[in-house]
Design a protein around this ligand. Structure first.
Ligand SMILES: NC(=O)c1ccc[n+]([C@@H]2O[C@H](COP(=O)([O-])OP(=O)(O)OC[C@H]3O[C@@H](n4cnc5c(N)ncnc54)[C@H](O)[C@@H]3O)[C@@H](O)[C@H]2O)c1
Ligand SMILES: Nc1ncnc2c1ncn2[C@@H]1O[C@H](COP(=O)(O)OP(=O)(O)OP(=O)(O)O)[C@@H](O)[C@H]1O
Length: 523
């Protein structure tokens, strides 16, 4: 009996041997047909081929329709999540304003009786408070003029003022409030680009900073000692209010009860209001402490002064030995600032019952990675940019990185090193199973979506600045775009000098022995 080879997995060539076919669909026929049978067979093969082609066309159409449906659903969900976030922000802001108006309604008798512990602190009367809170609580800015009642119930209800500051472009090194016109202008039909300025951003205090938050790397004796010494100096020499994490306050009180003036918080709600109280954040640790500091602010971030007490120190330009000089100059201002843009990431679950059932967005300063986790299979990630299909990542995973994160995981995975002020999102595959998959740098205004296909062999895992891993099941998606609130980090010199220093000192970039002078040369 003539065995016809398996219809779907092999084809028979002219010398009668089987060979695998490209797409698994192939012709097949027995080896010794009679003449009449041969014609019959030929016509039925052509007919079945036609059906197969129609069938695969139909499959492709269905797959496209499914993809489009998934696209539409995920972008609708992301949009709904964005509206929900804005609604909740607005609601929280209104509640806060109501609370402020209520808490400012103190009668004159209470005001007279109140003792002020320093002439600098001024009580604001009701109408002025209304006007102030209206005027200065900018939509997404840091409320720098807002008059606040401190959260401590047993205090004599003193009001804390947040220092106001102004950011400006430096033009060719001079301080200049000159508004920079658009990058490209179309006057008189000529397309020109703005004259190049240093574009270095400078922060100038309009009132003196009063409150500092110190964040320290845990489990480090040297960091604890520096924190205690710096806290004492800031209090005694600079008369500043100091906030630290609950863990750090305990560590300081273990050193001495002198540190009882240091303030902390009780819960996450107080953390969410830190940006309205803190004028400056000081980090004592490495890059991870800077990431930790950024993760504490889900919205506007006060200026951060990162002191280097880690191993690498890409984002920590200040050496701790000279902290007094650095802080003197920073508290006086102006300060050169690097605005480190962040990505905002939404996990959109296929199982979500409605578009309002979304998880809180996560902000990252370095990158978000989507990888295969403990699974032994290749990832299969469908990537979209502004809803256009980009590619399917088959490998260990994908990194979506900020320019600040371009020198971290993305670099290790083969991505480029990008100056932190270059606006862009890095699209870097992790060990792609394809020789032609090179990393991309996309504009900062795009929205990226990474979809886990329904036919994926395994779930994927998302991690945010290397932390908080979340499993993504088939049908789930991660939507990511540039966040509204960058992390303003103080520069030791300026953004470019600090960046070049960090790649030289941190990575020994292009450190090479110089070729000796003697030897052959062009005459
Ligand atoms: N293979 C890798 O290179 C790899 C793997 C995992 C995580 N990471 C990076 O570690 C970061 C988390 O840092 P961590 O300190 O919390 O964890 P960690 O303590 O494991 O530090 C990882 C290393 O990455 C360095 N690093 C962090 N941010 C950097 C940046 N922006 N530029 C250059 N180097 C940077 C740190 O200095 C540290 O040496 C993640 O965001 C990721 O970028 C890198
Ligand atoms: N205040 C904090 N509370 C909890 N964890 C923190 C805090 N600060 C830093 N971390 C975590 O501690 C880890 C180490 O911090 P960091 O990276 O600053 O020190 P390092 O690893 O010694 O320095 P480098 O990153 O330069 O190698 C990081 O993973 C970071 O997430």
């Amino acid at each position: 009996m003539t065995m016809a080879p398996n219809k779907l997995n092999s084809s028979v060539n002219e010398n009668g041997s089987c060979s695998p076919s490209e797409n698994g669909f192939a012709r097949s026929f027995s080896l010794f047909p009679a003449e009449a049978d041969h014609e019959l067979l030929q016509s039925s093969i052509q007919e079945s081929d036609g059906h197969l082609i129609e069938f695969s066309e139909a499959l492709r159409t269905v797959a496209k329709a499914l993809r489009r449906a998934a696209e539409g659903k995920a972008s609708a969900q992301a949009e709904a999540a964005e509206w929900k976030r804005k609604y909740e922000l607005e609601r929280a802001r209104n509640l806060k304003l109501d609370h402020k108006v209520q808490s400012c309604r103190v009668n004159q008798g209470d005001l007279d009786g109140l003792k002020l512990d320093s002439p600098a602190k001024k009580l604001v009367f009701c109408d002025e408070a209304d006007e102030l809170s209206e005027r200065c609580c900018s939509r997404h800015g840091i409320c720098s003029h807002e008059v606040l009642r401190d959260g401590n119930p047993d205090s004599d209800s003193k009001m804390l003022r947040k220092a106001s500051f102004k950011l400006s472009w430096c033009s060719k090194g001079e301080q200049s409030d000159q508004h920079k016109h658009d990058i490209v202008s179309f006057e008189r039909g000529n397309i020109t680009t703005a004259e190049r300025s240093s574009k270095q951003i400078s922060l100038k205090w309009e009132s003196c900073p009063q409150t500092v938050l110190i964040l320290t790397k845990p489990n480090s004796v040297s960091v604890q000692m520096l924190c205690a010494e710096m806290t004492r100096w800031l209090r005694e020499q600079k008369k500043l209010n100091i906030y630290v994490e609950p863990r750090v306050r305990k560590e300081l009180l273990n050193v001495s009860s002198y540190y009882s003036f240091v303030e902390t918080w009780k819960d996450d709600k107080e953390i969410s209001l830190l940006h309205t109280k803190v004028d400056l954040v000081i980090t004592l640790g490495g890059d991870g402490t800077v990431l930790w500091a950024a993760s504490m602010f889900k919205g506007p971030v006060p200026p951060v002064v990162p002191f280097s007490l880690g191993s690498l120190g890409f984002m920590t330009p200040f050496h701790s030995e000279h902290y007094r000089e650095y802080l003197e100059s920073i508290l006086k201002g102006p300060i050169s600032i690097t605005l480190r843009h962040r990505l905002i990431c939404h996990v959109v679950r296929d199982a979500a019952k409605s578009e309002y059932e979304t998880e809180d967005p996560i902000l990252v300063l370095n990158e978000v990675t989507i990888d295969r986790g403990i699974s032994s299979y290749l990832t299969n990630l469908e990537c979209y940019c502004d809803n256009s299909f980009v590619t399917c990542v088959q490998g260990d995973g994908l990194i979506l990185s900020t320019t600040s994160g371009s020198t971290a995981y993305s670099l290790a995975a083969g991505g480029s090193m990008v100056h932190p002020q270059v606006p862009g999102i890095l699209f870097t595959p992790i060990c792609p199973h394809s020789l032609s998959f090179r990393p991309l740098i996309l504009p900062e205004y795009v929205t990226l979506r990474v979809q886990i296909p329904f036919n994926s062999r395994s779930p994927a895992w998302a991690s945010f600045d290397g932390k908080d891993r979340k499993q993504l099941a088939p049908g789930d998606a991660l939507v990511c775009s540039m966040a509204l609130w960058p992390v303003p980090t103080a520069c030791q010199v300026d953004s470019t000098n600090d960046f070049l220093r960090s790649i030289h000192e941190g990575l020994h970039w292009n450190l090479r022995k110089t070729q000796s002078f003697d030897g052959p040369r062009d005459l």
